[in-house]
Design a protein around this ligand. Structure first.
Ligand code: ATR
Length: 281
């Protein structure tokens, strides 16, 4: 007979959190693999984060995901912070150790790179220059993923110049070159990859103002937005023949290493799971 110890709990801590697709994704995998456990919504107000994290172990949680507004705030609250999470400056996954110690991880960089590989299995980070638009939290995960994947040249364009400049310095100016926002159209010259991490193109926001004229036809175009699934940028790229990757792949793939850390096996992104999540968008 199963004991309490074979029943595993995990969840997503956020505020607000009810919109999260993570329960759907993780509970799909729990059912698919016949595991005993559940992944639940954990609505936790910002001033309750520390006490909520400390309660995970006593409640028998294997860990949790963190979303807005907790990803940065959790950094000083964990017992161990993985170097990648430190570099990205955010924790999206907490793993509770056997002794109750909390490890803070970030699986967004993995999720991003894996989403490109799912779309184009022969994709390589060192295939040619990449252009990254935006310099917020999402851009930091994308930069870490590209650099760790072997990228040799990344052009970083952001509306606010100072943020692009500082981020290029922080991640290594030998690889990451800040480009003024006004020069973003020309920055596409010879690029092998274009990634949008800005909020432009998201449902309710205006479209990104970007001419793709200089983008090579072989370049891969990625948008980390998943509502809508096809942003105006991706629609324009597809129409001119570029391969495109929407943000759903990153969302699904960032969940895989987290699930593995808690449940002991790495699940796959199957067509059934994709269809189930897409039906909610
Ligand atoms: P996230 O954590 O998702 O990256 P964020 O940290 O708020 O979110 O970053 C949002 C990004 O979208 C920033 O790079 C922002 O540019 P600024 O640094 O200049 O604010 C970018 N962004 C937001 N609105 C934009 C707009 N209208 N045009 C261009 N970039 C925009």
């Amino acid at each position: 007979m199963a004991t309490e110890h074979t029943y595993k709990l995990a969840g997503v801590m956020g505020w607000p959190v009810s919109h999260s697709r993570s329960p759907l994704i993780h509970n799909h995998w729990i059912a698919e693999h016949g595991l005993r456990g559940a992944y639940v919504l954990l609505p936790v107000q910002p001033d309750k984060l520390a006490v909520a994290l400390r309660g995970l172990s006593a409640l028998g949680f294997a860990g949790c995901n963190l979303t807005i507004p907790h990803k940065v705030a959790a950094m000083p609250l964990v017992d161990h912070l993985e170097p990648l999470a430190q570099r990205i400056g955010a924790v999206n996954t907490i793993v509770v150790g056997p002794d109750g110690a909390l490890t803070g991880r970030n699986t967004d960089a993995y999720g991003f790179v894996q989403s490109l590989l799912d779309a184009k299995p022969d994709w390589r980070a060192d295939a040619g220059p990449a252009v990254v638009l935006g310099a917020g939290g999402a851009a930091r995960a994308v930069l870490a993923g590209l650099i760790d994947g072997g990228a040799r040249s990344i052009r970083l364009c952001n509306r606010s110049w100072d943020k692009a400049h500082d981020l290029a310095q922080e991640f290594g100016s030998a690889i990451v070159h800040a480009v003024p926002w006004a020069d973003r159209h020309n920055a596409l010259d010879g690029a092998a990859l274009l990634v949008n991490t800005t909020s432009q193109g998201m449902q309710g926001e205006s479209a990104l103002d970007l001419s793709l004229d200089r983008l090579p036809a072989e370049a891969l175009v990625s948008d980390i937005i998943y509502v809508p699934l096809e942003t105006p940028l991706l629609a324009a790229a597809r129409q001119r023949g570029n391969a495109t990757v929407n943000g759903l792949g990153m969302l699904l793939n960032q969940a895989r290493p987290a699930f593995e850390a808690w449940f002991g096996m790495r699940p796959d992104v199957t067509p059934a799971l994709l269809a189930q999540v897409q039906a909610t968008l």
